[in-house]
Design a protein around this ligand. Structure first.
Ligand SMILES: [Zn+2]
Length: 65
């Protein structure tokens, strides 16, 4: 069997625990499901939304000029 190259995002979300510093920095965690820290999945989605908003805003600026 082949091991998947792409890391899955099955990291534990533990509300009430401190955020995993490794996961916050890299969106990955070497301890995976065994990690005791919180892995907020919303972070990646929030960054994506931010990114899209930036693009939209840049387009608006261009059209104004
Ligand atoms: Zn972790």
């Amino acid at each position: 069997m082949k091991a998947p190259i792409v890391p899955n995002d099955d990291y534990p979300e533990r509300s009430g625990e401190p955020d995993c510093p490794y996961y916050i920095k890299t969106q990955r965690c070497k301890d995976g499901l065994r990690c005791k820290f919180n892995h907020p999945r919303a972070t990646a989605e929030a960054e994506l939304v931010n990114y899209l908003a930036t693009i939209l805003r840049a387009n608006e600026d261009c059209s104004v000029i």
